[in-house]
Ligand binder design. Structure first.
Ligand SMILES: Cc1ncc(COP(=O)(O)O)c(C=O)c1O
Length: 308
């Protein structure tokens, strides 16, 4: 069954230039239709790899250090030797951007896996030829329609796990937990999934972090079971700087349904309004409102400053 096209938080304007992009594969720049990795690759066989999504503005990678902190911390935690330092990664990104003539409105997926295995089994010691590093860069402008229409979320049975199973802070190639959640949301007629934590508190979505606004206060989960999103951290930083009360706290669906505004955060879409949760409209204006708009404006300023 081919899934029908429906809105997602990663919808971009169609850009025909993306048909001819060059992909970085272990130091080589390869046309996209010939950019491949081995079927013995640890990423393909097991989802054994880490990735970062980053955006290029004015020829610079927004919040590069924060992305590298997360990538290197995760790889260290799973003993995955990237085989290069941050400068090496930056050089590879620069080479790919230059080869594609890209400077603005670019999204990159930087992926590193434990590399090619000698046999198709799980043990990490079977990965003996060094890591696989792939960089996909696309011309990408988030679709305007989503900012207007907002995203529809459904709460799903799939929850965020405890950190001693597979810590949600790993931006790992294996996103099956999130994919299952997203499928459940689609099957419930929504666009994406709102996921609870093991105690039933509202946590995050399958691909973004989640915020609500209630009576001028901004609430997000404690952060214990969700991705330590770079955009999430920036939104919290902006609220603190702007004097907007912000709380990382437990809250329930009762609080979320009654929110005045709700929005998602992620590198791709920055802030995306949430129009509905479980069929219930959020606020009076498709989930958006003055608090999110103020945060979004300051976030755009921050990106501009960071990439000046
Ligand atoms: C599950 C999940 N939540 C949230 C995010 C957003 O993180 P960031 O703001 O760093 O893009 C991501 C992005 O990788 C993600 O995979």
């Amino acid at each position: 069954m081919t899934p029908e096209a429906r809105p997602t938080t990663h919808d971009a304007e169609d850009d025909p230039r993306n048909r001819d992009i060059l992909i970085y594969v272990n130091g080589a720049l390869v046309p996209r239709d010939r950019a491949v990795v081995s079927v013995y690759d640890s990423g393909f066989l097991l989802g054994d790899g880490m990735w970062e999504g980053m955006r290029l503005h004015n020829g610079k990678w927004a919040f590069f250090d924060a992305h590298m902190d997360r990538l290197f911390d995760s790889c260290r935690a799973v003993s995955l030797d990237i085989g290069m330092d941050r400068q090496g990664i930056l050089d590879a990104l620069t080479m790919t951007a230059r080869a594609n003539g890209m400077t603005d409105d670019v999204h990159c997926r930087l992926m590193v896996t434990r590399g090619v295995k000698v046999r198709p089994f799980q043990h990490p010691s079977l990965s003996r030829s060094g890591p696989t590093l792939v960089i996909i860069m696309e011309h990408s402008k988030p679709a305007d329609a989503l900012a207007v229409r907002g995203i529809r979320l459904a709460t799903v049975p799939q929850v965020r796990g405890l950190p001693m199973s597979q810590d949600a802070k790993y931006n790992s190639h294996s996103k099956l937990n999130c994919v299952i959640a997203c499928l459940q949301a689609e099957q419930a007629g929504a666009d994406e999934a709102l996921m609870l934590d093991p105690h039933g508190f509202v946590n995050t979505t399958n691909a973004c972090n989640f915020f609500i606004v209630r009576r001028g206060e901004v609430w997000t989960s404690t952060g214990d079971y969700c991705m330590n999103g770079v955009t999430r951290a920036k939104v919290i930083e902006i609220c603190r700087r702007e004097g907007i009360p912000v709380f990382e706290r437990n809250f329930t669906l009762v609080d979320a349904y009654a929110a005045d505004e709700a929005f998602l955060t992620g590198t791709f879409g920055a802030q995306t309004p949430v129009a509905q949760i479980d069929g219930k409209p959020i606020g009076d204006n498709g989930g958006r409102g003055p608090v999110m708009d103020r945060i979004a404006a300051r976030y755009r300023d921050l990106v501009r400053e960071n990439t000046a």
